[in-house]
Design a protein around this ligand. Structure first.
Ligand code: C5P
Length: 222
């Protein structure tokens, strides 16, 4: 296999997105935000009035939404059935519902298949940085570089609060704790650190320091 795959996993607010984009830019690689894919499917299900508490109903419609991903680290994004959903998928409605949708095995199977296709297409061009929850464990278990980003709950909530309008650190802390608990205890492909991943605690680091550390690991491991 030619081309590099960098797997970046970790809980919400650990700094995955900014770091992954920065690393992709620095190395001239593509970038895939797999969380945006689960969010886009969730948006689509909400639009169609699917009851997200009913996993059979979610599973039954999981093959319908057509996702197209931009893997440009300078302009990442997703469309669903041709609709640009990059704004709405970051809103509280989707954020509050996405863990229920991403726990449905049929949804995961479809998106993991699509993620692997996107990764394979990127390899001749040099490779890809992929961020998510199960990249090192499930989507790309052979990735030569796997990073598991963490940060303490206060730091993660502070970062998220700075990115969003009209929220508080306390509200973010409890919303993130709820989402991380759901994501790490679900049966299908839970959030987990791969045995061969390097854990990087970003609490005391700024973005440039996180990127520099990942680039150092890439140099060492790839
Ligand atoms: O990374 P982000 O916070 O945008 O991810 C949104 C949600 O998508 C996560 O809380 C999780 O439920 C789901 N997800 C997942 N597997 C991935 C990426 C995201 O289950 N690889």
């Amino acid at each position: 296999m030619s081309g590099l795959v960098v797997a970046m996993d970790g809980p919400s607010g650990s700094g995955k997105s900014s770091a992954s984009r920065g690393v992709a830019r620095a190395l001239g690689l593509r970038y895939l935000d797999t969380g945006a894919m689960y969010r886009a499917v969730t948006w689509w299900m909400l639009q169609r009035g699917v009851n997200l508490e009913d996993s059979a109903a979610v599973a039954a419609r999981s093959a319908e939404p057509v996702l197209v991903m931009s893997t440009d680290p300078d302009a990442p994004g997703v469309t669903v059935d041709g609709v640009d959903v990059n704004g709405p998928i970051r809103g509280p409605e989707v954020t509050g519902a996405v863990s229920a949708v991403s726990a449905v095995p049929e949804v995961r199977h479809r998106l993991v298949t699509l993620q692997r296709e996107i990764i394979a297409e990127s390899l001749p061009g040099g490779g890809i940085v992929v961020e998510g929850r199960d990249i090192g464990t499930v989507v790309a278990p052979d990735a030569p570089v796997k990073i598991y980003l963490t940060a303490d709950a206060e730091a993660r909530a502070l970062r998220r609060t700075a990115e969003l309008d009209g929220t508080t650190v306390e509200a973010q802390k409890s919303a993130m704790a709820r989402r991380d608990a759901l994501d790490s205890t679900r049966k299908a492909d839970p959030l987990a650190k791969a045995a061969d991943a390097v854990e990087l605690d970003t609490t005391p680091l700024d973005l440039d320091e996180v990127i520099a550390e990942v680039l150092r690991l890439v140099k060492e491991r790839a």
